[in-house]
Write a protein that binds this ligand. Structure first.
Ligand code: GN1
Ligand code: MG
Length: 369
């Protein structure tokens, strides 16, 4: 096995490595924080790319270079107001590539670590939620002039609900791990809502909402904050491709306006926090009101239900499939994640009228600013 240090040494780094430690809480890639001395040399984030899931590493890398290059250019040329906003940068290997393919068949890449930055799995308060909303609003705004069709579709049909339901139903029929009998209630939960959950896809097919450059993995912990809890960057750019902005808003609410962790075991603790929801929406719409169309705005509240549903569906599918996609820490982890998502969705259903009113209210007054 090639050591992590040998891997890092094949990149053009500065300073001397002092430690390489597991980093972050992603479910797909393996991430490590690489610290260096002297103080003036940067630290790095090393990632082993999960190439079972990201099968086209050169295309993936080319998307990331395109996005990060574009963001850097835009921030340089015109945005004095945004000079605090940072962009992650891939480091070249000594051979001049932006990823490394090692003799064991693994793919690696190295990003600069944004000094002093931190991320949160759970949101502490409304100010943090507001800042998070602003960060994804800024990301969408700054990438809005990239032709979305010029990006590779890294994971085809990533949030396509028809395809996700097809693969769920096929997995239920095959029952490869003999787990279907344990999840009959969860299967009905999915089927009872399946029709309603095609709403965003239908709006897209009808041309009512446009495809834009979207992040597609706007988990709250993909936002970086500085030591004053101001949002300064967004990371995890693997799934940046053409999509609907509703996906990005909904996924951020799923993780950033919940009272509990994504995999909370005690379902009594899981609910939508309407104050965090309102704060995130205010931060997001402060920027996004300038480019969203009416139908996009009108479906923001719905998108939170949708993303909670589709991510719960994917966790459940993976559980039934024998845990082949997501990293898990214990045998029923995916089931526990799915149940927490379904509980969160029920809470959103209960408070949906209020969620819609909050969005309508913010959107109305935001326009008058
Ligand atoms: C995965 O890697 P991570 O943890 O940022 C997944 C997302 C899910 C998320 C659920 C490529 O994201 O789609 O929303 O887990 N990424 C991929 O926590 O499937
Ligand atoms: Mg990810």
């Amino acid at each position: 096995m090639t050591t992590l240090r040998t891997i890092v040494n094949q990149f053009k780094t500065e300073g001397r490595i002092t430690s390489i430690k597991p980093f972050g809480s992603g479910h797909i890639n393996d991430s490590y924080l690489v610290t260096t001395v002297p103080e003036s040399s940067p630290d790095y984030v090393l990632q082993r790319i999960n190439h079972q899931i990201f099968r086209n590493v050169p295309e993936l890398t080319s998307n990331i270079l395109k996005i990060t290059g574009h963001l850097r250019r835009k921030l340089l040329c015109k945005s004095a107001d945004l000079d605090y906003f940072k962009v992650i940068q891939l480091t070249q290997t000594k051979a001049g590539e932006f990823f490394l393919h090692d003799p064991d068949g693994n793919y690696w890449r190295l990003y600069n670590y944004i000094e002093g930055s931190r991320s949160y799995d759970l949101v502490a308060d409304g100010e943090m939620a507001f800042e998070g909303g602003k960060a994804f609003g800024i990301f969408q705004f700054l990438t809005s002039d990239i032709d979305a069709s010029s990006l590779f579709e890294i994971i085809p049909d990533f949030h396509n609900i028809s395809k996700r339901l097809d693969s769920f139903r096929a997995t239920v029929s095959a029952d490869p791990a003999g787990r279907v009998k344990e999840v009959l209630q969860e299967i009905s939960f999915i089927e009872n809502r399946a029709d309603e959950m095609h709403t965003i896809q239908r709006l897209g097919e009808q041309g009512v909402i446009p495809l834009r450059v979207t992040h597609n993995d706007t988990k709250f912990n993909n936002i970086l904050f500085n030591d004053k809890n101001k949002s300064i960057s967004v990371v995890d750019l693997d799934t940046v491709m053409a999509g609907y902005v509703l996906y990005d808003f909904g996924d951020a609410i799923r993780t950033g306006a919940s009272t509990a962790a994504e995999d909370e075991a005690d379902l009594l603790k899981v609910a939508i926090d309407l104050n965090l929801f309102k704060a995130y929406a205010e931060g997001y719409l402060e920027i996004a009101r300038n480019f969203l169309n009416k139908s996009e705005t009108d479906h923001l509240a719905f998108s939170a239900k949708f993303m909670t549903y589709i991510i719960g569906l994917r966790f459940l599918t993976d559980y039934i499939d024998g845990d082949r996609y997501y990293k898990t820490s214990f045998p029923a982890h995916n089931l526990q994640r799915a149940r927490a998502q379904f509980k969160l969705l029920e809470s959103m259903e209960k408070h949906f009228v209020t969620m819609q009113e909050i969005i309508d209210f913010i959107a109305y007054f935001a326009k008058k600013l």
